[in-house]
Design a protein around this ligand. Structure first.
Ligand SMILES: NC(=O)c1ccc[n+]([C@@H]2O[C@H](COP(=O)([O-])OP(=O)(O)OC[C@H]3O[C@@H](n4cnc5c(N)ncnc54)[C@H](OP(=O)(O)O)[C@@H]3O)[C@@H](O)[C@H]2O)c1
Length: 279
């Protein structure tokens, strides 16, 4: 099967490439196919004739999206997914797109099921919600898979962000104390686990909206605590309120994505342990 992965140099994209390695994978990133150039990119995709199209592109600069990045967030997250879904529908092939826990309002400490009403608090969250709705409206063979707090091998693309894990381990080399936000309860998602879950969903489940994150949840403080514990790093960390670090975009307090459709994924601590062994 010819599988086209867009955003193939991203944190998730590169793991999707590995997961589909036994297929005929075509891995494109911005330099191969800039999806902002609608006519050229659509024509290129049609010419390639994929049998599965996966969109791992995203505009993830949550704070920048509150200002100068708003237009780009709306285009990449809000408009492009619907256009790609229509193209996939024309080609009569499955289409996969990814959503985020930032579509929640963070009020529900019990977590959010796939069919829960969403009420994003930020420009980023609203742009992602618009994109997933557009994909669902096209219908056809469209899948939207929501994930939260992605971690794994950093993206190899030029604009690839440093991961939270690298930032924490880097800070621990120069500091003996860190204040860490004890909010945004959510489920870390290991990129290779998500790539495998994506394949499982597409190969065995009907089109629709899915939640896919590792089991369990933590705040940023809890995540860092486990990173340091597993790495044997001794550092003094203090849980603090998000108010100590004012940022342009409002974040949800609790944003656990409850998966009611498939068996649970393995606990995030187990996945983190596996990842930390690789770095
Ligand atoms: N990271 C998270 O914590 C998180 C949380 C929830 C949901 N998600 C969602 O999960 C998906 C994957 O995220 P990720 O963290 O793997 O993203 P990522 O590492 O930022 O990778 C995205 C890739 O898409 C490429 N790209 C950007 N604009 C493009 C364009 N116009 N044309 C073609 N390629 C373009 C990027 O290239 P450049 O580097 O050159 O821009 C990059 O290689 C996204 O839908 C994201 O919104 C992520």
């Amino acid at each position: 099967m010819k599988v086209l992965i867009l955003g193939a140099k991203g944190m998730l994209g590169q793991e999707l490439v590995n997961t589909y390695a036994d297929h005929d994978v075509v891995a494109w990133d911005r330099e191969d196919c800039d999806v902002l150039d609608a006519d050229t990119s659509d024509a290129k995709i049609r010419e390639l004739g994929p049998e599965l199209l996966i969109n791992a592109i995203g505009y993830n600069a949550v704070d920048l999206a509150e200002g100068e990045g708003e237009e780009m967030a709306n285009k990449i997250n809000g408009e492009v997914p619907g256009r790609l879904a229509r193209l996939a529908s024309d080609l009569d092939i499955p289409f996969v797109h990814y959503g985020t826990e930032y579509v929640t309002d963070g009020e529900n400490a019990e977590g959010y099921t796939e069919d829960a009403e969403m009420n994003p608090l930020s420009v980023y969250g609203r742009s992602k919600l618009a994109g997933e709705k557009a994909v669902m409206e096209v219908g056809g063979k469209g899948y939207v898979i929501r994930l939260s707090r992605l971690f794994g091998k950093p993206a190899t693309s030029e604009a690839g962000k440093k991961s939270f894990i690298d930032i924490m381990l880097g800070l621990a080399k120069t500091k003996d104390h860190l204040d860490l936000v004890d909010e945004e309860e959510s489920s870390p998602t290991y990129a290779p686990d998500l790539a495998k879950r994506t394949r499982e969903i597409v190969e065995g489940h009907p089109p629709g909206l899915y939640h896919a994150a590792n089991s369990g949840s933590c705040t940023w403080h809890g995540f860092a605590q486990e990173i340091f514990r597993l790495k044997g790093v001794t550092i003094d960390i203090t849980p603090v309120s998000g108010k100590m670090f004012p940022r342009p975009a409002k974040r949800p307090m609790h944003c656990v994505l409850l998966n009611t459709k498939l068996p649970p994924m393995r606990p995030w601590q187990e996945a983190l342990e596996d990842y930390l062994k690789t770095i």
